[in-house]
Design a protein around this ligand. Structure first.
Ligand code: GTP
Ligand code: MG
Length: 204
């Protein structure tokens, strides 16, 4: 499995700005700085596709990247077109005066009302498996019936034993019916497993 032809397509903060191509969407949500944009770049093998920063709050809009998943099906090569959707992070308020909210309203609107969203990857920093803000996000998304895949990020920052232990915790804290995927954009770990899951959700 391989992602090919990644292209930035559109940005949106309102429903009438969503692209109308009808392609299925796989979206990425999680705390600011957890590595959503980096994960998209790593899946696409394309460094500057989504903007990345060491400072939290980099991604401010819903960003759509059109891609194709290339798969060898016996002799035939199959290509499945869809969108990878980068979302702004939560848990970081850029303006101090703002009312404390989990995330901007337009993120909630996107995850509950986007007609083509087939799976939301909820990214959790594998070093911190049970933060309140992530539990709240998970709870809210589950209550709203959003199909979830948990991804433990920045796995390169942990020793093998801690990684195993924290992955077990992730599965217990966020039971989605599908096992959490461990990932490192730095070491390119876990992309194959995540692509398998993405293909599965696109086929459902
Ligand atoms: P916002 O757009 O602000 O919500 O952040 P984001 O979730 O998109 O995070 P982003 O991809 O911009 O990455 C944030 C920081 O984490 C950057 O400094 C990245 O280089 C770093 N980072 C992302 N993924 C990994 C990883 O797998 N391993 C390591 N070591 N660092 C990572
Ligand atoms: Mg980002």
């Amino acid at each position: 499995l391989q992602i090919i032809n990644p292209k930035y397509t559109a940005s949106a903060v309102r429903k009438d700005q969503y692209p109308d191509s009808g392609l299925p969407e796989i979206a990425f949500l999680g705390r600011s700085n957890v590595g959503k944009s980096s994960l998209i770049n790593s899946l696409c093998n394309y460094r500057g596709l989504a903007r990345v920063s060491g400072e939290p709050g980099k991604t401010q809009t819903i960003n759509y990247f059109s891609v194709e998943l290339r798969e060898k099906d016996g002799e035939a090569i199959r290509r499945t077109p869809f969108f990878l959707v980068d979302l702004p992070g939560y848990g970081f308020a850029r303006t101090g005066g703002q009312k404390r909210q989990m995330w901007s309203d337009f993120i909630g609107e996107y995850v509950t009302q986007s007609p083509h969203l087939v799976m939301l990857c909820l990214l959790v920093d594998l070093r911190h498996p049970g933060l309140d803000i992530d539990r709240q996000a998970y709870q809210w998304l589950s209550e709203h019936g959003v199909p979830l895949q948990i991804v433990g990020t920045k796995a390169d920052k942990l020793k093998a034993s801690e990684k195993r232990k924290n992955m077990i915790m992730l599965k217990q804290i966020f039971p989605t019916g599908h096992d959490a995927v461990v990932h490192s954009s730095l070491k390119k770990e876990g992309s194959a497993a995540l692509l398998e899951r993405i293909l599965m959700s696109l086929d459902e």
